[in-house]
Design a protein around this ligand. Structure first.
Ligand code: SAM
Length: 293
């Protein structure tokens, strides 16, 4: 997974440098494709991650890379660029207060709904390699061990197709911290023989999660609404304007009384704050229609 660590903040890495014009071109394409804003402090990160692409394409410098981006193979190359420039850091039960809220405040009602034949949908939007979605599935199974044959499903989407494949593969290497802090993990996983700390997500958690590639900036093809949406540590990389276009879309995608969880340094702002009431730390609830008037 790409992480923000140990990357120089200057526009230079592996002997490569990027000029201002080339950096602005890369940043413009990235923002147009994904909403992600690449500020000047990320120059070193961009150079470090894209240098291997330059080597693979046998290009002499970033000006030549920009020519590829605006040439006939530009659309395909932009997909490659997006894969390299997204930050996919994640882990099981990250920001655990959201899972506490799920367990104690939200799931009791949703489990009752599912037990009486109702449809329950949860969405991990910007799921990276799937740890967030599988953590949600584990919470659901703890609350309702027979959840799998019921109509409870979890959708996990990300713009990064490599992450979607990893989530579908459902094989992870757990850290010592994962194991000591979240003993529940091993209950829903099987150890991979001969591979230290490697695990596969076990059934039924695995089949409760469906992965799909989705760019949040594009139209969303999902028909039904969601009871719970986790979109955490995703919009932090977007401009305020892009964020403010997304909040009402999340509000619209929720059932009344549905919940939106966002990352620790993110806040819902703008007009969407009217329907979305803050009910906890980075936790919002879509108000029932009557309550909004
Ligand atoms: C830092 S990870 C967050 C993962 C997880 N939600 C968590 O909090 O642990 C951010 C994810 O957002 C995805 N992402 C970035 N821009 C996106 C977009 N426009 N549409 C969908 N996913 C996007 C990235 O590919 C990355 O996997």
């Amino acid at each position: 997974m790409n992480g923000p660590h140990m990357i120089p903040a200057v526009g230079q890495a592996n002997g490569q440098t990027i000029g201002d014009a080339a950096f602005r071109t890369v940043a413009r394409h990235l923002q147009e494709q994904t909403g992600i804003v690449l500020t000047d402090v990320k120059k070193g990160l961009a150079v470090s991650r894209l240098s291997r692409r330059l080597r693979a394409l046998q290009l002499p410098d970033f000006d030549a890379y920009c020519d590829v981006l605006s040439g006939p193979d530009g659309a395909a190359e932009m997909q490659e660029m997006v894969l390299l420039l997204t930050t996919n850091v994640t882990r099981f039960f990250r920001e655990p207060h959201h899972y506490d809220a799920l367990r104690t405040q939200i799931l009791p009602g949703l489990v009752a709904k599912a037990k009486s034949g109702g449809r329950v949908r949860l969405w991990s939007a910007g799921c990276s390699s799937g740890e967030e979605a599988y953590s949600m599935a584990m919470c659901v199974l703890e609350a309702f061990p027979q959840a799998a044959p019921s109509n409870i499903r979890i959708l996990a989407t990300d713009i990064d197709s490599n992450m979607i494949t990893k989530g579908q593969t459902a094989r992870y290497q757990l850290s010592e911290d994962d194991l000591s802090e979240h003993p529940i993990l091993l209950k829903h996983m099987v150890k991979v023989p001969g591979r230290d700390r490697y695990v596969d997500i076990a059934e039924p958690a695995k089949s409760m999660v469906r992965f799909a590639r989705l760019n949040l900036q594009d139209p969303w093809p999902m028909q039904g609404k969601f009871d719970v949406i986790f979109c955490r540590n995703v919009v932090i990389y977007f401009s305020t304007e892009t964020q403010q276009k997304l909040w009402p879309r999340f509000a619209k995608a929720l059932n009344h009384g549905g919940h939106l969880m966002i990352g620790h340094s993110e806040r819902v702002t703008g007009p969407a704050l009217t329907p979305l009431r803050s009910v906890g730390v980075t936790h919002y609830e879509l108000q029932a229609q009557g309550a909004m008037t």
